[in-house]
Each structure stands twice: as structure tokens, then as C-alpha cells.
Design a protein around this ligand. Structure first.
Ligand code: COA
Length: 215
């Protein structure tokens, strides 16, 4: 369990909070001393969840740390907690982490043409505590992020997705057919659709999907 020695309700006014480089919950209001205290606690949570995510993905080092988030203006971490876990509602348990951001990427479209796409929405890290996986929490966290950021799944690039995440995206969002890339990002068919100047690629992707569906 990802439990911490302090009252999570102080940090989580709601079960999912959004953290930016200030290391404070998005809607935090308080004085300087409170801000320092909250930021220190949030840092510990981010570091611990980042470590657990790295262990789950068998990575050498965490993708997500408080230090990296502090240094980055275009990354956001969502944290999810179960605030009533211990019965009296005072301690609770942190159940998930989702890190997203924007990156300028060189990508191949459906026609195999290399393109530079500025500010591509990226899924950078995603973890639900081992004891809670496959119970629907990942979907809740991901949906909250999508509606908060106003993102649609097909327009997201995914950095080195695990088999579990590929399966998750297929199950919940029907994402399956990838556009081959030379880097470690995964893009799905439809990523370039509706983009000005790329009608030909969209048309091709649509025809290919229809052909496959009619097989
Ligand atoms: N094996 C295969 N697919 C899995 C899986 C597993 N052990 N765990 C989750 N999934 C996929 C499946 O599609 C599953 O549906 P199913 O149970 O009907 O097969 C679906 O996710 C369940 O959805 P949900 O319960 O909302 O997801 P979750 O809470 O388990 O969260 C992850 C999904 C990927 C965040 C979570 O499994 C996780 O933290 N995995 C370890 C870390 C990781 O791989 N992160 C991805 C970073 S690239």
C-alpha cells in the first residue's frame, strides 16, 4: 500500500489532484508556510509513486520525480487517493499517478512522411498501485485527465507504453492500430486526422480502416 504518515485530506481536497511545477495542488490557497509544508509532502508522494511505477515497469530509474516536475513548465502530474481507506478517513492511501506533458516531436504520418509536430500531447508515466490494478481506477484517473486537459485519446502520443498500457488503451478507447515511428513514442491511427493540409493521409487511413472492417 502507498500510505503516508500524514493526513491525506489536507493534500487532497478531492480524490484526484493536479500538480504542476509549483508542487502544489492546482487550486491550492494558503500562506507561504502552508505552501512549503504541502509541497514537501506532495514531493514525497510523487517520488514514492514514481519509484513504484519504475519498479512495475522494470525501469532502471523513475520517469517521474518531484525534482523533474519542479524543473519543467510543461509537465503535469495527476495523483489519485483513496481517502477513506483506513475507515476513519484520516490517513488514506495514494492509489495512482499519471504524468502528462507536451513535446515537440518528429513523427511519421500514415503515409510515412516525417513531420515535426509541436506541442504533441504525451502520456509520460502512468501507474496504479499494484494492489488496485484492474479495478477500474486507471480509467477513472485517465478520464479525469482527458476532461481536465480537453484531450482526446487518439491525439495522445504515448512514451514507451508497457503491454498493460497498450491493453488498457485498446480496451477503454479502442486504440489498436499504430502508426510506425522511429522513436519510442506510440501513435495511433487517427492522430493526424482532421489536420489542415493532411486530408490525403486522413482519407487513406479512413479507407484502410473501412477495408479492414469489411474483411
Ligand atoms: N495485464 C494485462 N492488461 C492489463 C493489466 C495486466 N496485468 N492490468 C491492466 N491491464 C489493462 C487491461 O486491458 C485491463 O482490462 P482487463 O482486466 O479486462 O483485461 C485494463 O487495463 C483494466 O483497466 P483499469 O482497471 O482501468 O486499469 P488499471 O487501473 O489497471 O490501470 C495501468 C492501468 C496500466 C495504469 C496499470 O495496470 C499499471 O499501473 N500497470 C503497471 C505500470 C505500467 O505498466 N504503466 C504504464 C506505463 S507505460
Amino acid at each position: 500500500m502507498a500510505t503516508f504518515q500524514y493526513d491525506l485530506r489536507q493534500l487532497f481536497p478531492q480524490p484526484i489532484i493536479k500538480i504542476t511545477s509549483t508542487l502544489l495542488p492546482h487550486k491550492f490557497r494558503g500562506d507561504h508556510r502552508q505552501a512549503a509544508d504541502i509541497a514537501a509532502k506532495i514531493s514525497k508522494i510523487i517520488d514514492r509513486m514514481g519509484e513504484l511505477s519504475a519498479i512495475a515497469q522494470k525501469l532502471n530509474k523513475p520517469v517521474t520525480t518531484a525534482q523533474k516536475l519542479r524543473m519543467s513548465d510543461n509537465h503535469v502530474v495527476y495523483l489519485m487517493a483513496d481517502l477513506a481507506k483506513d475507515g476513519d478517513g484520516r490517513r488514506g492511501e495514494v492509489t495512482g499517478l499519471l504524468k502528462i506533458g507536451f513535446k515537440d516531436l518528429y513523427l511519421f504520418d500514415e503515409l510515412g512522411q516525417a513531420r515535426k509536430v509541436d506541442k504533441t500531447p504525451c502520456i509520460l508515466d502512468f501507474y496504479i498501485h499494484d494492489s488496485r490494478q484492474r479495478t477500474g481506477l486507471g480509467k477513472v484517473l485517465f478520464q479525469t485527465m482527458l476532461s481536465e486537459e480537453k484531450w482526446v485519446p487518439v491525439k495522445c502520443s504515448v512514451d514507451r507504453p508497457s503491454e498493460k498500457l497498450l491493453s488498457f488503451l485498446k480496451k477503454h478507447y479502442g486504440l489498436e492500430r499504430c502508426i510506425p515511428q522511429a522513436n519510442h513514442f506510440v501513435l495511433y491511427d487517427g492522430f493526424f486526422e482532421h489536420e489542415k493540409g493532411n486530408e490525403k493521409a486522413s482519407e487513406l487511413a479512413r479507407s484502410r480502416r473501412m477495408l479492414l472492417a469489411n474483411r
